[in-house]
Write a protein that binds this ligand. Sequence first.
Ligand code: ADP
Ligand code: MG
Length: 452
Amino acid sequence: MTNETWGQVREELIKRVGKNNYTTWIEPLRLSHLKNGVASFEVPTTFFGDWVSRNFADHIRGELAVAGTPVERVEFTVGAMSERAPAKPAARAAKAARMRPSGTDEVTGAQLEQRFTFDNFVVGKPNELAHAAARRVAEGGPVTFNPLFLYGGVGLGKTHLMHAIAHELKFSRPDLHVLYLSAEQFMYRFVQALRDRQIMDFKELFRSVDVLMVDDVQFIAGKDSTQEEFFHTFNALVDQNKQIVISADRAPGEIKDLEERIRSRLQCGLVVDLHPTDYELRLGILQAKLDHYANQYRGLTMAPGVLEFLAHRITTNVRVLEGALMRLFAFASLVGREINLDLVQECLSDILRSSEKRLTIEEIQRKVAEHYNVRLSDMIGPKRLRTIARPRQVAMYLSKQMTSRSLPEIGRRFGGRDHTTIMHGVRKIEELMAADGQLADDVQLLKRLLQS
Ligand code: ADP
Ligand code: MG
C-alpha cells in the first residue's frame, strides 16, 4: 500500500470514527510499513498507541480491507516523531531500532507485550495459584509439571502471565529458547509450512525449543490436521522434558471438538484456573494503573471514591476496567478537568450501561437446568427428588451470589418459596462445595458460563 492509499483510507475513517476522534487519534498516525499482513504505524507515545490499538484498530483494519489491502494485524510503534523518546546520538540507527517491534523473538515467536511482566501483575485471591505456577515455570528450573495449563474467562490475565514468563526467562535464562505464540499463529505457521513444503523445518523448529507457550489453545479445536500436528509437537517436547505452557478460555474437559488424546494429555500436568476478579483485586489493579497514569499525566487530579466506584461497577473483565481508566485520563486531559464521579458518568456511560446488563434469575435457572439436564419447570416446581432439588439449590445459590436480588425476591422467582428456604438452599450449597470438589467445579463452571 502506498501512502496515497492510506490517505484514502483515512478519509473513510473520518466517517467511521467521527471528526473529533479522527483529528485526535487517526490523523497523527504515520504509516511506516505494511508487510507480512501487518500494517505498522508510528505513534508519538506508547499511550497513544495503546489507545488507538484498543479503540480504533478494528476500524483501521476494516477500512484497509475495504481498500483492498487486508491485514492480519495493525501495530503501533513509538517512532522518531516522539518527543518522549530518549535522544540518541545516532538518530537514524536509534529510529530503526525503535521501529522494530521490541521483544520480538528473533526466530519465530509472537510479539511480547512489554508491560506484561510479573511486576505489573497484581496478585489477589482469584489468581494467586495461577500466578504461583507461572512464577515456578519462570524460574526455569527442572520441569515439575507438564504442561502448565492456565484457563479462565476473557481478560483475566492468561496472556499477561505467559508473557511474564517469557520476559523473565529471557532475562534470567538467555540460554533457553523460549517460544510464545497463539494457537492461531501455530496453525497459520503450520498451514504455511505445508504450503511451502517446509514441514520438516517446521517440525524441527518446534521440537528445538526449551519452553513452548501456546495461548488460546481452544482455537485449534475442530481443526483436525493442526490438532494432530500440535499433538505430535506436544509429545515430542514432553518426551524431551521441555516445559510447555498452554492457555485456554476453559478447562481441557470443556473444550468441544478437542481430540480425546489431546485432552487427556493436557490434563496430565497442572491445570489452574484464573477465577473471575473480586472487588479487592480490581481495586488493586486500578491502583497500580493509577500510579502509572499519574506519572504520565502530571497535573490531573482524581477525586476520592472514583477507583472504588469503578472497581465496584465494572466487573466484567480487567481489560474493560483498564480501558475505562485509560479513557478517563485521556478525556480529563483533553477537557482539562478533575476526574470525579460526574466525569465518570459522562465519559463511561456506555461501559457502565453494558456492565449493568443484569443477569436475571431466569437466565440462571435456564443455564443450571440445562447443565444438570432437568426441566426448567422443575426449577420452580415442588419436586423434592435429590436430582432436582440439588440443581435447584445451585440455582438459588447462584441467584444470591450473582444478582442483587434479596432472598424474598429470589424466593418469589422460585415458585413462591419462602426466603428461609432460599437461605437454606444457599447454605447447603456452600457446605457441599467445601466438601465436594465436583460440585465446586460445577458451580465455578456455571458461574463462568453465566458471566460470559
Ligand atoms: P486474557 O489473556 O486472560 O484474556 P490478558 O492477559 O490479555 O487476559 O489481560 C487483559 C488485560 O488485563 C491486560 O492488559 C492485562 O495486563 C490486564 N490484567 C489482567 N489481570 C491482571 C492483573 N492481575 N494485574 C494487572 N493487570 C492485569
Ligand atoms: Mg489472552
